[in-house]
Design a protein around this ligand. Structure first.
Ligand code: AMP
Ligand code: MN
Ligand code: MN
Ligand code: MN
Length: 281
């Protein structure tokens, strides 16, 4: 069974539309897919409709990826099986997206001071109504030749401490976990090894995530080794958490695709252990 519980559409910083994403997932043999856009659930309805209309053999999990703040770090918390019609949850995500707009305006001002003018209108056009992310800035800066790769543009302009970087007031991690629970979902600590933390801090993060009521840790995400997976599973066991897996798909690259290399071994308890899943899965 192929399960991928972390992916993006063009409703945030993914490249594909919700229907293109579910078609690609089905093509790649994915049985269960969570769409987890940054601070929005806008893509879920169209994805569900496409699955229905095209009769795709794919189960869609309603998801979201919330940007949060913990110890002055930006930590991403994925919510799965949330109710996308919960008005209170939608209002909460709205405040996050408003913070994204305010941050984007400040980012554009800072870039302007560094002799890169007119960034905001270009970024707004690129985003086309999506939740505004640094990825949109990065795509624009690459397109005007400020760096040759996305990674390069983050290293030079958009990463923490660089000239276009603006710290944000994201919701506290513990509060985001409560938001997800209040919307009927489960909370997953996303890509714990992507925050460039020492082992000691990863352990502290997992401990506090669990103490705040978190449910699972993504133990498989892109570019992660089997040894890292084992270490993360040990952390899950220590804190009574289950394991999640996700490609964090934004667009196809040579090293990552939707549903690729996400298999768990039998000794791991997956987050979906008690979910109703399709028989083929
Ligand atoms: P934001 O949530 O607006 O701060 O944007 C963060 C997003 O930027 C992440 O979800 C990634 O998709 C993307 N991102 C972060 N770092 C890099 C990088 N080094 N190269 C390419 N994309 C990145
Ligand atoms: Mn992203
Ligand atoms: Mn993330
Ligand atoms: Mn993501």
């Amino acid at each position: 069974m192929k399960i991928d519980l972390h992916s993006h559409t063009h409703c945030s910083d993914g490249v594909l539309s919700p229907s293109e994403l579910v078609m690609r997932a089905a093509e790649k043999g994915v049985d269960v897919l969570a769409i987890t856009d940054h601070d929005t659930v806008a893509g879920l309805a169209a994805a569900r409709q496409a699955i229905h209309e095209l009769q795709l053999p794919l189960k869609l999990i309603n998801g979201v990826e919330i940007s949060t703040s913990w110890q002055q770090l930006e930590i991403h918390i994925v919510g799965l099986n949330i109710n996308p019609d919960c008005a209170q949850f939608l209002a909460r995500l709205d405040t996050q997206r408003q913070a994204r707009v305010a941050r984007a305006e400040e980012m554009a001002r800072r870039l302007e001071k560094s002799q890169i003018p007119d960034v905001l209108p270009a970024v707004l056009k690129l985003a086309n109504g999506a939740a505004l992310t640094r990825t949109h800035f990065a795509r624009h800066l690459v397109s005007i030749g400020k760096a040759s790769t996305m990674d390069g543009v983050f290293k030079k302009y958009l990463g923490r401490g660089k000239i276009g970087y603006v710290p944000n007031n994201w919701v506290e991690m513990s509060e985001a976990i409560a938001w997800i629970h209040a919307a009927g979902g489960v909370a997953v600590l996303a890509h714990p090894l992507k925050y460039k933390l020492t082992t000691k801090w990863v352990k502290r993060l997992a401990e506090q995530f669990a103490a705040a009521g978190g449910d699972a840790i993504e133990i498989i995400s892109p570019q992660q080794t089997p040894v890292q997976k084992r270490e993360l599973w040990a952390l899950c066991q220590l804190h009574g958490l289950t394991a999640s897996v996700g490609s964090d798909f934004h667009q196809a690259t040579t090293w990552n695709d939707i549903g690729k290399n996400l298999y768990l071994t039998d000794d791991v308890t997956p987050i979906w252990a008690n979910w109703p899943l399709p028989a083929s899965a």
